[in-house]
Design a protein around this ligand. Structure first.
Ligand code: RET
Length: 250
């Protein structure tokens, strides 16, 4: 039996990412206090995102939210090797809450209708849940392998639905927003779309085809999480104007 798991490098990386999210959160809280009360909507949503990421990385760094999943036997013909690969499922709990919040920020920026916003968020939740199904399906034999890629396909379809609605309806809605808003929405939504596209690629290389180590997976997802959450947050908070503040006052 072979266990594919994180080593010192991966564990250190988890602590580094926890530290980065902690610093990012402290910075946002500092900016929030300085912002006018009626202008704090995006700060509130962003603080939630960074808090969830920080807690999720703390959990993973301390050994929580991880299990071993039986995966395909890549041994030489005739020699049956039973592989177990570590799966940090805590990420999916994080993504279940943070991806809808990031999409909520984008939808609010564009002035997307409540109905379209709900459709985007529900499709996103469906994407994360079916992605988790793919990751936790045991795949020692071909049937399991097929089930894993089947869920991967379902999740990827949901990904396209999320971005199809957000980009097409969001760009239309942004036409009715203040002058600079459409540009900011296009920049943030376009950039976010590109960063999010990298997630299924990392998944395919790690959980999917087992081509990269658990350490490499931790670092790849970590870098993406930092760009998608901290990079996104600071771009949004520094570039948005008062008129773009969301529908509610905090
Ligand atoms: C999975 C696997 C199945 C196929 C697809 C996926 C997409 C995941 C995405 C995650 C985004 C996470 C973010 C986190 C933090 O900010 C579930 C990996 C399409 C898009 C942005």
């Amino acid at each position: 039996v072979h266990f594919l798991h994180a080593t010192h490098v991966g564990h250190t990386a988890l602590w580094v990412f926890f530290t980065l999210f902690t610093i990012g959160l402290v910075g946002v809280l500092f900016l929030t206090v300085r912002a006018e009360r009626r202008n704090r909507y995006f700060y509130g949503v962003s603080s939630l995102v960074l808090t969830i990421a920080m807690v999720s990385y703390l959990a993973m760094a301390t050994g929580l939210g991880v299990s071993f999943i039986p995966i395909a036997n890549h041994g030489v013909q005739g020699s049956l090797h039973h592989f177990f690969r570590q799966l940090y499922w805590a990420r999916y709990v994080d993504w279940l809450f943070t991806t809808p919040l990031l999409l909520l920020s984008l939808a609010s920026l564009a002035g997307l209708s409540p109905a379209s916003t709900l459709a985007v968020i529900l499709s996103d939740v469906f994407m994360i849940v079916t992605g988790l199904f793919s990751a936790i399906t045991p795949a020692r034999w071909a049937a399991g392998e097929r089930a894993r890629w089947g869920w991967f396909g379902v999740s990827s379809f949901a990904f396209l639905v999320v971005w199809g609605i957000l980009l097409s309806n969001g760009l239309k809605a942004a036409n009715y927003r203040p002058r600079s808003t459409k540009g900011l929405f296009t920049l943030l939504a376009g950039g976010t779309f590109l960063v999010w596209m990298a997630y299924p690629i990392v998944f395919g290389l790690s959980e999917g085809a087992n081509r990269i180590t658990v350490n490499a997976e931790i670092i790849a997802y970590g870098v993406l999480d930092v760009i998608a959450k901290i990079g996104f947050t600071y771009l949004l908070l520094f570039l948005h104007t008062h008129e773009e503040t969301g529908p509610w006052t905090l």
